[in-house]
Write a protein that binds this ligand. Structure first.
Ligand code: IFM
Length: 470
């Protein structure tokens, strides 16, 4: 197959190319604690499942880890200045649970809280709105040792940690996201074993799904109650894609139903409608898996939300038939096969499908009627540094421009999309890929920790400026 290379994909895009977004559209950049902070053993922080997983031989490219990462813990004021210089309204970051509540139990660690208080102070001083994610994958190792997300108690531990965080920062921060991408925590971490904690058990992964959602609901209940009259925008962020059938055949349509069921509806139906999708429960029952739902759980999980965070990277074409023509796999399970398309790809080998972001946002509007913010979108490309130190990442600029245009198109057709956050502010620790994949609009030289605005960052800054003043 002749797959289009990033070089062929890139084109020169002017900031004026983005039209149709209102002056009050929310613009942001996003990061996550373990990916940027470093200072892994400082000021009382204890190990998370990622600190442990990174030490498993072969788990992470080149055996890398987040011990130092972008050293953001020590360079935070300089990084906030960088964010302010980009002209964004909002900075989305996550709190490190093992920094705030070492070991996942007991009282708050004041030094951990103080770091985030200083961060919020810096953001306030620069006029940038903080948007907190409570959990971006760094479960305290002690809680994993006690069973991790497949165990019900972890949901209650998460709610307790949310209480500590909200009590410390809730009077100054209005935007709270409970979980980032629970599908990844559950499926990549517990079913496929390619992310921390690296288990491979489908049944346990599905128990993790329910307990993540329960933790989300319990934390949401607390935050809603504690907010009182304080301004609050509460949400959850999901990684979502679209599932397109390769043909109109029953098998391909069924494959899409299954993929959409396990990837999107399994999370959004209980959160928004208060029930798990019947067809997914039936598929799970056929695989001998039952969700550990107890009376009252679904009421907790469906605690009202103000906003849905959407992380979009790609859509997928699905077939219900394997390459050898079978509709079942060797274990007798129905085939759900991603079919590669002749499309441009990023350095992650992910297809670039901006039109499917429009489709996704319109589908969410139809099915769930929630205001949305694209809380992550961006791309890794193999950047090169020019002789003068600049990074001419036309491919990334093209990617951002096409996806922002896709958001504008969705809005024009009725989707209530209120913001867009670029992933990521700066190059960082890309989980199992280590430092190999660079998603930043700002380059990080990991030897010197020097930050350099890539051309995409300058384009983003100018685009925001133009949109705001249009
Ligand atoms: O880097 C990750 C992020 O932590 C979660 N969403 C996807 C990004 C790119 O893989």
């Amino acid at each position: 197959m002749n797959l289009v290379t990033p070089q062929a994909y890139a084109r020169s895009v002017a900031p004026q190319a983005v039209t149709g977004l209102p002056a009050d559209f929310r613009w942001g950049v996003a990061t996550a604690a373990y990916q940027i902070e470093g200072a892994a053993a400082e000021d009382g922080r204890t190990a998370s499942i990622w600190d442990t997983y990174c030490r498993v031989p072969g788990a992470v490219v080149r055996g890398e880890n987040g011990d130092v990462a972008c050293d953001h813990y020590h360079r935070m004021p300089e990084d906030v200045q960088l964010i302010a210089d980009l002209g964004v309204d909002t900075y989305r970051f996550s709190l490190a649970w093992p920094r705030i509540q070492p070991g996942g139990r007991g009282p708050a660690n004041q030094k951990g809280l103080d770091f985030y208080k200083r961060l919020v102070d810096e953001l306030d001083a620069k006029g940038v709105t903080p948007w907190i994610t409570l959990y971006h994958w760094d479960l305290p190792q002690e809680l994993e040792d006690a069973g991790g997300w497949p165990v019900r108690d972890t949901a209650y531990r998460f709610a307790e940690y949310a209480r500590l965080a909200y009590d410390a920062l809730g009077d100054r921060v209005a935007h709270w996201t409970t979980l980032n991408e629970p599908w990844c925590s559950a499926m990549l971490g517990y079913a496929y074993g390619v992310q921390a904690p690296g288990r491979k058990n489908f049944g346990e992964a599905l128990h993790a799904v329910h307990h993540l959602l329960l933790g989300h609901g319990l934390a949401s209940q607390y935050v809603r109650g504690a907010a009182g009259g304080n301004p609050l925008e509460l949400g959850i962020t999901l990684n979502l894609g679209t599932a397109t059938p390769e043909t109109g055949s029953e098998a391909d349509r069924e494959a899409c139903r299954r993929a959409d069921g396990l990837g999107r509806r399994l999370y959004l139906d209980p959160i928004v409608h208060g029930s798990y999708p019947e067809d997914v429960l039936a598929d799970l029952a056929a695989a001998d898996v039952e969700l550990p739902v107890r009376e009252g759980d679904l009421e907790i999980i469906s605690t009202p939300l103000d906003v849905l965070g959407v992380n979009f990277y790609r859509g997928t074409l699905f077939s219900g038939v394997s390459e050898d023509g079978s509709t079942v796999d060797p274990e007798g399970r129905p085939v759900t096969r991603a079919v590669p398309r002749d499309l441009p790809r990023t350095a992650m080998d992910w297809e670039i499908t901006p039109d499917e972001l429009t489709d996704l946002l319109l589908g969410l509007e139809d099915d769930y009627h929630l205001p949305t913010v694209v809380t992550e979108n961006g791309a890794a490309f193999d950047d090169t540094v020019a002789e003068d130190g600049a990074v001419h990442d036309e491919d990334r600029t093209t990617y951002l421009a096409d996806h922002i245009a896709a958001v504008a198109a969705a809005r024009a057709q009725g989707a209530d999309v209120r913001g867009y956050f670029a992933w990521s502010l700066m190059d960082n620790f890309e989980w199992s890929y280590g430092y190999d994949k660079r998603f930043g609009i700002v380059r990080v030289d990991y030897d010197t920790q020097v930050r350099t605005l890539k051309d995409s960052a300058k384009w983003y800054r100018d685009t925001i400026n133009l949109t705001r003043n249009s």
